[in-house]
Design a protein. Sequence first.
Length: 385
Amino acid sequence: MSPSRSPWIDDELAMLQDSVARFLEREFLPHAERWRQEKQVDRAAWLKAGEAGLLCASIPEAYGGGGGTLAHEAVIHQEITRAGLAGGFGAGNSVSSAIVAHYILSYGTEDQKQRWLPKMARGEIIGAIAMTEPDAGSDLQAVRTTAKPGDGGYRLNGQKTFISNGQSADLIVVVARTGDEPGAKGLSLVALETEGAEGFRRGRKLEKLGMHAQDTSELFFDDVFVPAANLIGETPGVGFGQLMNQLAWERMIIAIDATVNMERAVRLTTDYVRERKIFGKPLMSFQNTEFVLADAKTEAVVARTLVDALMVRLLAGELDGPTAAMAKLWTTETQCKVIDACQQLFGGYGYMAEYPIAQLYADARVSRVYGGASEVMKLIIARTL
């Protein structure tokens, strides 16, 4: 199912779409299986992506970025997902370029922007955001990691887990308590430059159900010194608001990802059932197959229609948090349903890890958890009723 052009994609973005697809096929796809085996995208790939303009596309040129908009970022992310690379470079790049870089751009000082953003755009610095803790996931108000002020900076103590880019990150934006206030009050974002950081330790590279090419780690902070100049923004205690203001965009990235995965699952399955024979006939000729794929394609088209409409609102600065939560909730839940139905049509082959449909199935499951679990999305939506 080849998608028609979305209403938010103009001729320039369509050209970007084509060039990114060609780059990925030439430079990244030959290495995809190795990255899955190694559970990490290598540094050389990040540098190549930087040269090709795939990193920090929506960061102003003054800070080394591509000077584009979030539409450029979304186009790049879509093509990475269409190429089957979302469970590795796609996830890593969305964290570094689309999330961490935008925290720095939106809230950082001029010195921070000049120091970090150009290197992130070149792939010399990989960013990570450290929110989740063993006892605090979607409930960020329960964060226990502390950054106590004193001696010209902060002393960082605590533990984070499930951190994307955790093994490779050079710059980690850590959600920590800089004050004694409970709940959301007292949370700040502090940027840790990992090279030579005494007391900072990366734990094991975590074994996951899917997204095997994406390095995910535990991180430990034992009295790590962070200079005062590395506080994101000039005022401590406003970290929770900074996080909330960026979540609509983050959840739209996830919704886009889920939509492309649905489209890809339908395309892969349609190709397979046309070739696969059972009882002497193509699997596609059975009414059950037609009905399953008709439902799956319909849901994929509904998802695309929703995401495209909300992208128009996002780019106009009109997308609110609850609506983004609806998009994230519906597309990720529906994605798992669609991929499961498609995988069933592959029979035993659908359970083999070498098949893209099996990789899609494993990769998709976490989308209902990261960026805020589905249950949290429902709470956000319910508050608007």
